[in-house]
Design a protein around this ligand. Sequence first.
Ligand SMILES: Nc1ncnc2c1ncn2[C@@H]1O[C@H](COP(=O)(O)OP(=O)(O)O)[C@@H](O)[C@H]1O
Ligand SMILES: [Mg+2]
Length: 229
Amino acid sequence: MSAYFVTATGTDIGKTFVASGLLRYLRGQRKVVAGIKPVISGFDIAKARASDAGELLDAMGEAVTSEAVEQISPWRFAAPLSPDMAAAHEGKAIDFEALVAFCRDAAAWPGTLLIEGVGGVMVPLDAQHTVLDWMAALSLPAILVTGSYLGTLSHTLTAASAMAQAGAKIAALVVNDSGNGAASDTAATLRRFLTETPIAILPRMAGSADFAVLVTELFQGDDGKPIKN
Ligand SMILES: Nc1ncnc2c1ncn2[C@@H]1O[C@H](COP(=O)(O)OP(=O)(O)O)[C@@H](O)[C@H]1O
Ligand SMILES: [Mg+2]
């Protein structure tokens, strides 16, 4: 079994881009892979293909049907707000224990599973829990996606520090190039501070060849049975 939790320093940083790129690449390598996005806010069934669930299903080579979306994204909310707020808008609340149980069940399958989180590392899920509690409860290795934009260093080190304190292990850190020419300096700086963490850069408009490099840089030689089932 190998399962990874894909998190980020914030929303729109590249979790879905990284997860779907990895799924596509690994499928091309004939690996057995799946992706789930248990909690989605800002979800509109009329635009399901463009949603995170739609992106992941497409990357898995599966049709984007409402049944398929329901299977990989049981907690869907219309408002483009943090999950706790989006759920409250519908008079609902996310059942944290049920969310953890859903992910544990999904992670028990024999292939490689990527679980895309939601927002950043500490976005609230309900009145008491954030994504950090979700990661800690699952205790799966995390792929932390960050950018190279101005401000990312503090965001990334803060996220890494919070994760370390919570016991959420970062298996790999992806510096997803923000297109400002600072990706390699950003990665070099992060390597100085996060000496134990494998760190690699993902270029803009990354394609299969870039994901091949990423997987080699981040996961090769890791006997924690990473992304090579
Ligand atoms: N390396 C990249 N090159 C080009 N576009 C990217 C890259 N990473 C992310 N994007 C785009 O940026 C937007 C936000 O990325 P996304 O993966 O949806 O973020 P998140 O899942 O963290 O909210 C999407 O439109 C995505 O296609
Ligand atoms: Mg996403």
